[in-house]
Ligand binder design. Structure first.
Ligand code: ATP
Ligand code: MG
Length: 464
């Protein structure tokens, strides 16, 4: 993957900084592989309807890019010269939604087509006389970008050349303003315009570059890759809620594992997960194996259309940062279990400063971690109670993950695997055997604690 990243500059004839043309290259239906019938018929009918009403309208972005690559698009986006209000006036099933900018969602049963009005970038030195409120901050980051524009301006404000292709299903022509077709053929992620400036305008584009490179198995073009490391710290200024959304997109699209490798390599992982990034430094093998295994499992589940829980993902991403904190608190005299609880609390609170993980996920993260304390304690009715716990499966999977990463648990994972498979009398025997050969969980309260600290010691071992 890394090799690919650096050998990716394959177009010596092109200037590094290529700008959007005002007249696009127009590809007729014989010059590209797209067919109208491959696109959502709803999206095509929206384009036709808008054009009939006198507006410009195209299919744009990810769906055109993915179709050219033979990938089934996630969704279909339409770009138009009509304002959101004008779009709404044309369709009964349309709703204006506005988060960062106003968009129209047109509903067809469960399918939603997003229609966006052409937008323009703010000029770089935005000094409107009547504007005390600049649309950029001192570092060039765009704070407001809901200004409507022309088709050409819309192409120019898009992030990558491969995302600035417009397909007209009526004439079956593709408009290419930024040599996107060339970059698709050469499998390159290339920013439109000056990379440094475009990253400064919106540092999230650095994450998008990695996301598309991993998903499409493209290289990041050299001039688009070079500014990433020095600009990576700018991600610290991005609102934590937006980063949460972006991180989910990075890790739930079926390519989380290669994405993680690239994030680390391009130094983008540190501003997102500072504590885990430290763990990667002081305990590289364990941390790397645990995270990449968790992500590879997630990718597999996504590809098999199985549900994935962000809580498990975050639990794994943060877990390697726990032992060092537990130790620090213990050194200050805190007993093992409270130290573990406190470390978990601190770590999640700190992480939420960067990435706003909602409560509905932080609770299960804690539960998955707590389960790691409880899985070694199996005597009496404890094992059966744990088995009935709704979080058991996640806790058990997490235990196996820790073992895969090299944590020593005294065969606990195998024990639980066998226990789940055993019948009633087999289970009774397993619990009895446990009592005769293991101290864990059998004795009074004090003994149980030693079980807890044993597990924790395993975690601490891994951090050495
Ligand atoms: P996918 O939906 O498959 O992840 P996409 O390219 O459709 O990929 P979206 O996030 O849906 O990605 O964005 C739609 C389009 O909007 C992009 O193709 C791009 O042209 C533009 N875009 C999105 N985010 C940005 C950004 N931060 N800066 C510039 N353009 C952007
Ligand atoms: Mg999209």
């Amino acid at each position: 993957m890394l090799k690919k990243l650096f050998q990716s500059f394959r177009s010596p004839l092109r200037k590094p900084q290529q700008h959007v043309r005002t007249t696009p290259e127009v590809l007729s239906s014989s010059q590209h592989s797209l067919q109208r019938t491959q696109f959502s018929r709803y999206a095509v009918s929206i384009v036709e309807r808008l054009q009939n009403a006198g507006y410009q309208a195209y299919l744009v972005g990810g769906c055109v890019r993915d179709m050219m690559l033979g990938i089934t698009p996630k969704d279909f986006d339409v770009a138009t010269s009509a304002t959101p209000e004008q779009v709404r006036a044309e369709f009964r099933n349309a709703r204006i939604i506005g988060r960062r900018f106003k968009l129209v969602h047109i509903h067809f049963g469960r399918e939603i087509i997003e229609v966006a009005t052409f937008r323009a970038n703010h000029p770089q030195d935005d000094e409107d006389e009547d504007s005390n409120q600049s649309s950029r901050n001192e570092s060039g980051r765009i704070l407001r970008d809901n200004v409507y524009g022309t088709l050409e301006e819309d192409a120019q404000r898009r992030d990558f050349t491969i995302n600035a292709l417009y397909y007209d299903p009526v004439t079956e022509r593709v408009l290419d303003f930024a040599n996107g077709v060339h970059d698709i053929r050469n499998r390159l992620i290339r920013l439109i315009g000056d990379p440094q400036q475009r990253y400064k305008e919106d540092p999230v584009r650095m994450l998008r570059a990695v996301r598309f490179a991993a998903k499409l198995d493209f290289g990041i073009e050299k001039h688009s890759a070079t500014p990433i490391r020095p600009l990576a710290p700018m991600l610290r200024d991005i609102p934590a809620a937006r980063l949460f959304e972006e991180v989910l997109k990075l890790f739930l699209n079926g390519y989380a594992e290669p994405t993680f490798e690239m994030l680390v390599d391009l130094e983008l992982f540190e501003p997102l997960f500072p504590a885990s990034s430290k763990a990667l430094e002081y305990n590289p093998t364990y941390t790397h194996t645990l995270i990449s295994e968790a992500l590879a499992n997630t990718d597999l589940r996504v590809k098999q259309n199985k549900p994935v829980t962000p809580a498990f993902l975050f639990a794994a991403l943060l877990w390697p940062a726990l032992p060092a904190r537990v130790l620090r608190l213990q050194e200050r005299g805190m007993p093992p279990i409270p130290a573990m609880q406190e470390a978990a609390h601190e770590l999640i609170a700190e992480q939420c400063q960067r990435i706003a993980i909602p409560k509905r996920f932080t609770m299960p993260i804690r539960e998955i971690w707590d389960m790691q304390e409880r899985l070694p304690r199996r005597s009496g009715k404890r094992a059966d109670l744990l088995l009935d716990n709704p979080r058991f499966r996640a806790g058990y999977d997490f235990l196996l993950l820790r073992e895969t990463a090299g944590e020593e648990t005294d065969g606990l994972g195998d024990w639980w695997t066998d226990y789940q498979d055993a019948n009633e009398s087999g289970r009774r025997d397993m619990i009895r055997d446990l009592g005769s050969k293991s101290e864990t969980g059998q004795g009074p309260r004090k003994r149980r604690r030693s079980g807890g600290s044993k597990r924790k010691r395993a975690g601490a071992d891994a951090s050495e």
